[in-house]
Write a protein that binds this ligand. Structure first.
Ligand code: SAH
Length: 397
């Protein structure tokens, strides 16, 4: 007998719209005693088949859907099919932009809840963040070795959200041999970037900002640029390529800044135009303001300030604060590229925060461009949460 979950009356609506999550409060009863990660059918109150997913007894998201096709079996072949589709869908982008680093699988948006996979040259890095991903770990590794026979498979599931699913953090080699770190990837036809898949943030790098880095470079000819939350300094690399007279990269992480310096060298750019400041951006922006420093271009790409709805108000204050400080540091006619990577922050709310920040700084501002995550980070139309990265290019007067 297949195990199944029956929903409370009325709670089938989101699944009928193909949203892949079943919250614990939507569950009426569970039949057949499934274990964590086991495949379950999801049924409406009156027994209508809605989807087939995996069970997460410890998570608020009690089940997530693998398939909305009643005839589709969840087995090893399922994972190969999904990952093959994901890989094929990236090929035009890879060819057009000369990518050797890209997101292969964007979890829910690629039909594989909790499974994020990034490719960095000959290293495939996966983040398995759900009980279902954990349950099918070996099928996923087998599929990846089939699709990338010359690569090694490395796991970076060392993220705290695994706790919500009752899983421990994990990290390490799953198949093949890890090349010496960091590895070099290429993007936007010839920009070279060092990625440390063992020690770097997330799976190693922020592939999602690829298009926005290129856009940033266009504003930098002869400009003084401040790259806040620089990580490995790649916005700064594009700024230098775009002709910046000076780029100041600021990050808290010493190891990120060490790679940032190497990234400038790797791209044969003028190191004398680049500075690397290990500092807290919140403090440094105040210090610069008090010193009367000015910049022509400022990039603000902070880490996720809101992990949960409860943190959203505090996050809004944080965004407002740094955006206001950045406005105060911009020369008249200067441009800011400002981002939020919190899925909970909507485009509208973010724009309001930036507008308030301009107001508080006493500046007139214009939105020139709206920015998003790169196309290898697609957004399932049934899963709007997948749109996590948003940004604005704003000119201040
Ligand atoms: N812009 C980067 C990604 C930024 S990720 C890119 O395109 O690759 C966020 C970065 O902010 C991380 O490198 C983290 O070390 C840094 N960080 C977090 N809080 C900080 C703070 N208060 N001051 C300075 N850096 C901070």
């Amino acid at each position: 007998m297949t195990t199944s979950i029956t929903l409370i009356a009325g709670r089938e609506k989101s699944l009928l719209r193909r949203h892949p999550w079943v919250f614990s409060r939507a569950v009426d009863k569970v039949q057949g005693q499934p274990n964590a990660g086991d495949t379950v059918d999801i049924l409406s109150h009156n027994g209508q088949w809605l989807g087939r997913g995996f069970y997460s007894p410890q998570s608020q998201i009690r089940a997530r859907v693998w398939t909305f096709d009643q005839n589709e079996v969840v087995d090893e072949a399922f994972f190969l099919r999904r990952l093959e589709r994901a890989k094929a869908s990236r090929q035009p982008l890879i060819a057009e932009q000369g990518l050797t680093g890209y997101r292969l699988c964007a979890a829910e948006s690629d039909g594989l809840p909790g499974i994020t996979i990034d490719v960095y040259a000959k290293v495939v890095v996966c983040q398995l963040l759900s009980t279902g991903a954990e349950r099918w770990r070996s099928a996923i590794v087998t599929a990846l070795t089939t699709l990338y026979p010359d690569s090694c498979i490395y796991e970076r599931s060392d993220v705290a959200v695994r706790k919500k699913e009752g899983l421990k953090e994990r990290k390490g080699l799953l198949a093949g041999t890890l090349p010496e770190q960091p590895v070099v990837i290429e993007e936007n036809n010839g920009v070279r970037i060092l990625v440390d898949v063992e020690q770097g943030h997330k799976t190693g790098f922020y592939l999602d900002q690829r298009d926005n880095r290129r856009i940033a470079g266009r504003y930098c000819q002869d400009k003084r640029v401040l790259n806040c939350f620089s990580y490995t300094g790649t916005f700064g690399v594009y700024a230098l390529k775009g002709g910046a007279s000076e780029v100041v990269n600021v990050d808290m992480s010493e190891s990120a800044l060490a790679l940032a310096r190497q990234n400038v060298e790797l791209n044969q750019l003028d190191l004398s135009r680049a500075r690397f400041e290990q500092a807290d951006v919140f403090k440094l922006l105040r210090q610069y303001r008090d010193q009367g420093q000015r910049f022509d271009v400022i990039v603000l790409d902070p880490p996720k300030f809101a992990e949960s709805k409860a943190q959203l108000n505090g996050a809004c204050r944080g965004y407002k604060d740094i955006n206001m400080l950045a406005f105060q540091l911009l020369n008249a006619g200067g441009v800011m590229l400002t981002f939020s990577c919190s899925g909970l922050m909507t485009q509208d709310l973010f724009q309001k925060i930036v507008a308030d920040a301009a107001l508080d700084a006493g500046r007139d501002a214009q939105i020139l461009e709206r920015l998003n995550q790169a196309a290898d980070h697609p957004i399932g139309t049934a899963y709007p949460e997948g749109h996590y990265l948003k940004g604005l290019v704003v000119r201040a007067w």
